[in-house]
Write a protein that binds this ligand. Sequence first.
Ligand code: ZN
Length: 60
Amino acid sequence: MQKPANSNKPCPVCGKPPHPDYTPFCSTRCADVDLNRWLGGVYRVQTNEIADDPDGAEQS
Ligand SMILES: [Zn+2]
């Protein structure tokens, strides 16, 4: 993927004017948010949920 030539569109995440270095986003934070959306179906990043591990049974 290449950066679009025009940077007139607002940040797709928060709607703020995009930063030239982070086009089309306004910041690395918004870029990460969008990236996490893309990866949301594959990777779960920064989740506080504890997965049930079948091998992690604490039965004695
Ligand atoms: Zn933004």
